[in-house]
Design a protein around this ligand. Structure first.
Ligand code: ZN
Ligand code: ZN
Ligand code: ZN
Length: 402
């Protein structure tokens, strides 16, 4: 076995300072015939993954690779599924805005736009205020996905839970609880009884690899003199051929990456020479959200999703049943469609819980007259937000007169 500058456990960063600078490189492998150009931006190559057939065969984990983002194993089918309970009665009770409230809402809206004129809001005459209800239905499905891949880390004597401790549990038999319901989370777990110690494939268990800056020579060509050892300098009106002050005339400099050793620590085993290999379980908890707005005036529906409303209905169960008895049939239809979509959309995940809700957002469609013209605006939400795309005075006094 090749002699190592460091013993196991004495780790330093990849390519960083290792031992004191040396004059003679210790790297034993292939070295190019000439110094490489000095390159302060030389970057470490991507370490290779070992070939999968070098890994142990583990029952229940056949065919897994090194890609943690590989397709997930589907969960086993549900056994005892709690039947969805029927949805409770909805509470629909909508406040109406008065003319005073509508005018005040419009004045507040105008005040937020420095260019808008106040006059129309102050003087307009109401023709009608038509109250209605918009509904915002939201469905959330909290589901769990699981994937497995080989993982490795430097072996420095940590405990090894290998096959001698028994057969490993299957991916979906490993117990894990999310930190919270309806919250996205990713967690990694070492699958019990799958660990082993293997020589590092990347450095052939030597702990070091050839330096990627000097390619093992320990020296690089001086960038100041281009390797000639001399520079032309202008002085007293003449050109002088002088010894390079950077490399003292040698044309070469010690490699700053490996400090002359010609090799750097292995980025895979971090000089440990051995790796702990194990199967890593990746658990992804994801809250899938879908929503639908029922809005029958010309108000853009997306404004409803942000507006303050009143909770008409809320339900949280293992699996929710679609709403059937809401007073507005369009809400029932949206619920049936979204619940059916979520029922089949996540075949590779295990659904843990669902919840859905209907918020009612009041919308008043206001028709008015001002200055011989008619117009409309909308007051919506409990905060009395205003949508008035055709407000008569949207630029300054000056330009509206001209
Ligand atoms: Zn030089
Ligand atoms: Zn080097
Ligand atoms: Zn290594």
């Amino acid at each position: 076995m090749a002699t190592q500058p460091l013993v196991q456990g004495q780790q330093t960063g990849y390519g960083g300072a290792q031992t004191a600078p040396v004059e003679t490189p210790s790297f034993q492998g292939d070295v190019p015939g000439e110094d490489a150009a000095e390159n302060p931006n030389a970057s470490a190559p991507q370490p290779s993954a070992p070939s999968v057939d070098k890994m142990d065969a583990v029952a229940g984990y056949e065919g897994i690779g090194f890609d943690a983002n590989a397709p997930l194993a589907p969960p086993p089918p549900y056994s005892a599924v709690e039947a969805p309970k029927p949805a409770p009665e909805a509470n629909v009770n909508i406040p109406k805005v008065t003319e005073d409230q509508a005018r005040q809402a419009l004045l507040d809206h105008v005040a937020q736009h420095c260019c808008y004129g106040k006059k129309p809001a102050r003087d307009l005459v109401f023709n009608s205020i038509a109250p209605s209800s918009a509904f915002h239905y939201t469905l959330e499905t909290f589901a769990e996905g699981r994937g497995t891949s080989w993982a490795m880390e430097p072996y420095t004597g940590q405990p090894i839970d290998g096959p001698m401790n028994g057969p490993p549990p299957r991916p979906w038999d490993i117990q894990a609880q999310p930190l919270g319901l309806f919250q996205d989370e990713v967690r990694y777990i070492e699958v019990p009884h799958t660990a082993s110690v293997k020589p590092c494939h990347n450095c052939f268990a030597t702990g070091c690899i050839r330096c990627y800056h000097c390619f093992g020579r320990g020296r690089v060509r001086c960038s100041s003199c281009g390797g000639t050892g001399h520079n032309w300098v202008h002085r007293d009106g003449h050109r002088h051929h002088e010894r390079c002050t950077w490399c003292f005339g040698s044309g070469r400099k010690r490699c700053s990456t490996c400090h002359g050793h010609g090799q750097v620590g292995c980025p895979v085993c971090h000089r440990a020479t051995q790796l702990k290999c194990y199967i890593k379980l990746t658990i992804t908890w994801k809250n899938h959200k879908a929503d639908h707005v029922v809005e029958r005036t010309s108000l853009p529906p997306e404004l409803i999703t942000q507006a303050q409303g009143q909770m008409a209905f809320k339900d949280d169960q293992f699996r929710v049943a679609p709403i059937m008895n809401f007073p507005d049939q369009a809400v029932n239809e949206a619920s049936q469609q979204l619940v059916a979509n979520h029922g089949s959309a996540f075949a590779h995940e295990r659904i843990l819980r669902q919840r859905h809700q209907v918020r009612i957002v009041p919308v008043s469609d206001v028709a008015y007259a001002w200055n011989g013209q008619t117009g409309r605006f909308w007051v919506y939400g409990y905060e009395h937000a205003v949508h008035a795309p055709d407000y008569p005075q949207k630029c300054c006094w000056g330009c509206s007169i001209l």
